[in-house]
Ligand binder design. Structure first.
Ligand code: KIV
Length: 336
């Protein structure tokens, strides 16, 4: 019996802990489709995240809340096809497990089995989230937690701002991180908390803390593809633009538009050609066929020119009504 082997992953779940122990920083980057995934894998990132930030970056929403399981599933499957040797984490979107754990498990199974994700990310550390994470881990599904600024709770938080600036908030964060560790997560994404808070959390735990907007002392970093490459209008403070992607693409696309308008594109390089004799033969056979058909219907073949071309005269109707079917399903030609 032959066994089917999937492509070997460069990074595995135990590597989250191994990297932390070896003080090797974990590099994570979002990707939302096949092409982006190919680019991120080729760049050598350890982990790809199909974040529900795709709601903003790709679908044009103003928050992650409208993102559906179908959106996540399609994106995850295209990312895993584009980055077959990468460890891919997929977000559980808003309300994909809160209404019932059974539905949550079904949705999680789809992202793993159909989407090809290696792990899932769950936001927050509410009682429902912790119970759900425990069930996933028990089913053999690795989970990455997400604390600090949790965009799925934007309506409760009020604004996208730095979290855990007061003692009570820091204590809450420490308790939540402890809860996630006990529930069995393999890493925590920590979004938008002060550098010192992130450092303290990283020092407290064996768990890798993967920061975004949380300073340099985390055990790794995650950033949004569009922010790094300057593809969105919005530039969060925590992001560094490595290229003015939008500007570069804009210039290239404008050049394309001008080239087409000015007949500078396509050139011979982008075109194919055949011998002119083939065209001449095809045209005369076509015209002969046309004459036959028109004459069969009692029409006149006077419109045929010496050079076998048709001279179309909109004022002269030489073709009977019902011959219209020869001219592309009903658009009547008036032949001279
Ligand atoms: O959805 C996402 O892209 C995320 C990152 C910002 C961590 O959760």
């Amino acid at each position: 019996m032959s066994t089917q082997s999937s492509t070997k992953k460069q990074f595995t779940t135990p590597d989250f802990f191994a990297y932390k122990e070896a003080k090797k920083r974990i590099v994570m980057c979002t990707a939302y489709d096949y092409t982006q995934a190919r680019l991120v894998e080729a760049a050598g990132a350890d982990v790809l995240l199909v974040g529900d930030s795709l709601g903003m970056t790709t679908l044009g929403y103003d928050s992650t809340l409208p993102v559906t399981m179908d959106d996540m599933l399609r994106a995850t499957a295209s990312v895993t096809r584009g980055a077959p040797s990468s460890y891919v984490v997929a977000d559980m979107p808003f309300m994909s497990y809160q209404s019932s754990q059974q539905e949550g498990m079904r949705n999680a199974a789809a992202l793993i089995a159909q989407g090809g994700a290696s792990a899932l990310k769950v936001e927050g550390a509410s009682l429902e989230a912790l119970a759900f994470i425990e069930a996933l881990v028990a089913a053999g599904i690795p989970v990455v937690g997400h604390l600090g600024l949790t965009p799925q709770s934007i309506n409760a938080l009020g604004t996208y701002r730095t979290q855990a600036k007061e003692v009570e908030e820091v204590i809450r964060l420490m308790m939540d991180a402890h809860g996630l560790m006990t529930a069995g997560v393999c890493a925590i994404v920590l979004e938008c908390v002060p550098t010192e808070v992130a450092q303290e959390l990283s020092d407290m735990h064996m768990l890798p803390i993967i920061g975004i907007g949380s300073g340099v002392h985390c055990d790794g970093e995650v950033q949004v593809f569009h922010d790094l490459l300057g593809l969105s209008d919005f530039k969060p403070r925590h992001a560094k633009r490595y290229i003015d992607g939008a500007g570069t693409l804009d210039k290239a696309l404008k050049e394309y538009v001008q080239d087409v308008r000015n007949s500078k594109f396509p050139t011979k390089t982008q075109s194919s050609s055949i011998d002119q004799n083939i065209i001449d033969d095809a045209a005369s056979i076509f015209v002969e066929h046309l004459i036959e058909k028109v004459e069969e219907m009692g029409g006149s073949a006077e419109f045929i020119q010496d050079d076998a071309s048709l001279d179309l005269d909109p004022d002269f109707e030489a073709v009977p009504e019902d011959s219209s079917r020869f001219f592309n399903g009903g658009s009547r030609a008036h032949l001279n």
